[in-house]
Design a protein around this ligand. Structure first.
Ligand code: NAP
Length: 242
């Protein structure tokens, strides 16, 4: 079997109704996985694009929302993709914009990883976790205080969990997407000055697409990456190299 095949595996992708999560779900389906497409909105569109898939409603407004999912059935691959962003000057940043982003982008990621790993270890099974980090896991950004704090946290947790679980057969890694054309970046792309400044700084000279991220997620879930632990792979058109 190809070392890049996910045949026989079940993958759960959060935020799979649109954007990067949808592309990852479709790519994992194409690689042979059965895909559980989780979203706070219906994932019917994504499910319809995959040979073997199902939808699951999962809203991380409750960061513990995934606590009971993994004990019910074997799931081999977890992709923590769901995420939100709030923009405001730090002088004006509200507690709600802090808490909402931290809950979805950081607290839910940790406790979903915990629930996944507990269930996998109880079954004596191996597992793969792919967290979606950000360039703002490395850089400061601007006007996105809670997002930057949460994504730095995702990078740290990815390394910490890899340290704890690598020897137990669970690979924990992350992808740091660059500037990808999705709902998340609509406001940036709609601002001509910001859009131009971003494009001028990307060596690849274009916005990324969700498909640019998807195959990296497949790789990090596949046998080919068995010895990769605690890594944050940047897929950014060269942005961080500049
Ligand atoms: P997106 O199109 O806005 O997708 C975000 C996904 O998260 C959607 O499926 C959204 O569901 C879901 N979500 C939001 N709040 C949720 C909640 N409370 N419970 C469950 N799901 C929730 O943006 P995207 O760019 O694909 O973002 C996916 C991930 O990539 C995020 O973690 C983001 O931070 C990260 N990222 C994106 C970029 C980029 O340039 N686009 C760069 C770096 C990192 P709804 O559709 O229902 O809102």
């Amino acid at each position: 079997m190809s070392p890049f095949s996910l045949a026989g595996k079940t993958a759960l992708v959060t935020g799979a109704n649109t954007g990067i999560g949808q592309a990852i779900a479709v790519a994992m389906g194409q690689a042979g996985a059965h895909v559980i497409c989780a979203g706070r909105s219906s994932c019917a569109d994504t499910v319809g694009r995959i040979d073997s898939a199902e939808g699951l409603l999962l809203d991380f407004a409750d960061p513990m929302a995934a606590r009971d999912i993994f004990a019910k059935r074997p799931i081999d691959i977890l992709v923590n993709n769901a995420g939100i962003i709030r923009r405001a000057d730090s002088l004006d940043f509200s507690e709600a914009d802090w808490d909402d982003v931290m809950d979805v982008n950081l607290k839910a990621v940790f406790f979903t990883c915990q629930a996944f790993a507990r269930a996998a270890l109880a079954r004596n099974a191996s597992g793969r976790i792919v967290n979606i980090a950000s360039l703002l896991s490395f850089q400061g950004g601007i006007r996105v205080a809670s997002y930057t704090a949460a994504k730095h946290g995702v990078a740290g947790l990815t390394k910490l969990l890899a340290n704890e679980w690598a020897a137990k057969g669970i690979n924990v890694n992350a992808i740091a997407p660059g500037y990808i054309a999705t709902n998340n970046t609509k406001a940036l792309r709609a601002d001509p000055d910001r859009n131009q400044a971003i494009l001028e700084r990307i060596p690849a000279a274009r916005w990324g697409t969700p498909d640019d991220i998807a195959q990296t997620a497949v790789f990090l879930a596949a046998p080919a990456s068995a010895y990769i632990h605690g890594t944050i792979v940047t897929v950014d058109g060269g942005w961080l190299a500049r």
